[in-house]
Write a protein of this length. Structure first.
Length: 143
C-alpha cells in the first residue's frame, strides 16, 4: 500500500468509486484550488483502495484545526489497516501544518468507523446532535 496526496483532477476522479456519488471535474478542480482542502489516497497495486479528505478550519480565538471530512475504503480492502493508515496520514499532515487538533463527526452506530478512529488515537467527546440545512430544493430544513 502507498498513500499519496491527490494533486490532480484525474486522481480525484479516478477515486470516485470511493465517494458517495460520481466525481464532477469542476468540483474536483475547486476542491484542489481551495486553501486547506486535501485528500490522501491509498493505492494497492496501483489502484485507489481508500481515501481520506480533510479541511483546515481557522477561527480567530482557536487557531487552526483539521476536520476529517470523509474516510472511505473499498469493500475488498477493508480490515487491512488502510483506514487507520489514512487517518494517521491525515493526522500527520495536520501536525505538520500546525493544527492544534483534528476532529471527525461519526454516527454513534457506525462501529467500523468508531473503531478505526479510536485505533488511530481519537478520544470520544460524547454524543452530539448534528443539524443540517438542505439547500438542494431551495427550502432550508433541519436534517
Amino acid at each position: 500500500m502507498e498513500i499519496r496526496r491527490a494533486t490532480t483532477v484525474a486522481e480525484l476522479t479516478a477515486a470516485e468509486h470511493l465517494y458517495d456519488g460520481p466525481a464532477r471535474p469542476e468540483w474536483a478542480e475547486r476542491f484542489l484550488a481551495a486553501p486547506g482542502h486535501l485528500m490522501l489516497i491509498a493505492y494497492v497495486d496501483g489502484a485507489p483502495a481508500g481515501m481520506v479528505s480533510g479541511i483546515e478550519m481557522l477561527h480567530p480565538d482557536k487557531g487552526v484545526e483539521m476536520c476529517l471530512y470523509e474516510l472511505s475504503v473499498a469493500e475488498p480492502y477493508r480490515r487491512r489497516g488502510i483506514g487507520r493508515a489514512l487517518t494517521d496520514g491525515l493526522a500527520a499532515v495536520a501536525r505538520e501544518r500546525g493544527c492544534y487538533d483534528m476532529w471527525v463527526g461519526a454516527d454513534t452506530d457506525n462501529d467500523p468507523a468508531l473503531a478505526t478512529y479510536r485505533a488511530a488515537g481519537a478520544g470520544d467527546d460524547g454524543a452530539f446532535a448534528m443539524l443540517t440545512w438542505d439547500f438542494t430544493d431551495g427550502t432550508p430544513s433541519a436534517g
